[in-house]
Design a binder for this molecule. Structure first.
Ligand code: SF4
Ligand code: MG
Length: 328
């Protein structure tokens, strides 16, 4: 599978009066053409900031993002305009991202006009085609955002993103604000559109159960860093990082028999401030396995088996010697 996007040692710091917030703290991974990469982590772990920095909605503090081998953060104005078409975003709160004074037709039309993709009758037909594509009706073109339900508004946000025929979409918690009954519909719509239009997604969510069915691979983020990344099935079956283990242990299992025998891993304490992350491993203040070396040494990001990456000393022979954790 070809690589669409390469993220290399990406950092995004915000300098505030209270100090430097290390929102994204050295992340490296690839996104393959046509896949969905799920990004999971608690609020404040830097996942949204990472998504926005990949799209250059924020400037990177350090590191690189290569989209089809083009350096996103070094692109000229002209190159950036093309990249803005190829890379789109869907937001968590569709209502906040839709101008209440514009009709649906104007909102979607704005994206079409920006890239001069169609005009006149063709433009109108294109907008109606997009509305149909996302499960709305052509006659919705003259209505305003407030006339729609939360799920329908998210469909409008999706239609707007699709209007410019993107290759890649950052979906920033697109279902978190929706009723549970609507969540599956939006997920199914995104999957169908992905097949139809050969889209690649970075799908951000705050818990592992939300990304399970849509993601080909999943990355787990904690305090600005990626703790673990692998194919979904592999991650759910063989979690390696202690944080992933804990997150998975918190997802209820439908079978009550299995659920009763299961051990919940309850993490102590809270997530530390990204202004002052712990030395060494960022997770060490909450990790049940923390050792002395975890305080001193930043765990390396290593591929411990094909396409399964983890940043934890337990899997590092140089640190653990004969005690290195066995990998199934
Ligand atoms: Fe826990 Fe140490 Fe691994 Fe960090 S490096 S996850 S503190 S065992
Ligand atoms: Mg967020």
């Amino acid at each position: 599978q070809d690589t669409l996007l390469q993220v290399r040692n990406l950092k995004k710091y915000f300098h505030t009066s209270g100090g430097t917030v290390k929102a994204v703290s050295d992340v490296t991974f690839d996104i393959k053409v046509g896949e969905t990469l799920g990004i999971v982590g608690e609020s404040g772990c830097g996942k949204s900031t990472m998504g926005r920095t990949i799209l250059r909605l924020y400037d990177a503090t350090e590191g690189e993002v290569l989209f089809e081998d083009k350096n996103v953060h070094k692109a000229s104005t002209r190159e950036l305009k093309k990249l803005r078409r190829d890379m789109q975003m869907i937001f968590q709160d569709p209502y906040a991202s839709l101008n209440p004074r514009m009709t649906i037709g104007e909102i979607i039309g704005e994206a079409i006009d920006l890239h001069k993709l169609a005009s006149g009758a063709k433009r109108k037909a294109r907008i109606q085609e997009l509305l149909t594509l996302v499960g709305l009706k052509p006659e919705h073109i003259n209505r305003f955002p407030h006339e729609f339900s939360g799920g329908q508004r998210q469909r409008i946000g999706i239609a707007r993103a699709l209007a410019v025929e993107p290759k890649f979409i950052v979906c920033d918690e697109p279902i978190s604000a929706l009723d549970v009954s609507i969540q599956a519909q939006v997920i199914n719509l995104l999957s169908d559109l992905q097949d139809k239009m050969e889209l690649t997604y970075l799908f951000i969510a705050h818990d592992l159960s939300m990304v399970k069915h849509i993601s080909d691979r999943v990355a787990v983020m904690y305090l600005g860093k990626i703790a673990e990344l692998s194919e979904s099935e592999e991650l759910y079956a063989n979690p390696l990082h202690p944080y992933t283990e804990a997150l998975l242990s918190a997802i209820p299992i439908p079978d009550p028999e299995v659920e009763r025998k299961r051990q919940r891993i309850v993490l102590k304490g809270d997530v530390p401030s990204p202004m002052n992350p712990p030395s060494g491993c960022h997770f060490r203040t909450r990790c049940p396995y923390a050792m002395e070396s975890c305080t001193k040494i930043d765990p390396v990001w290593q591929e411990v088996k094909p396409d399964h990456f983890v940043a934890c000393h337990l899997y590092n022979k140089d640190i653990m010697g004969a005690d290195v954790r066995k990998i199934r």
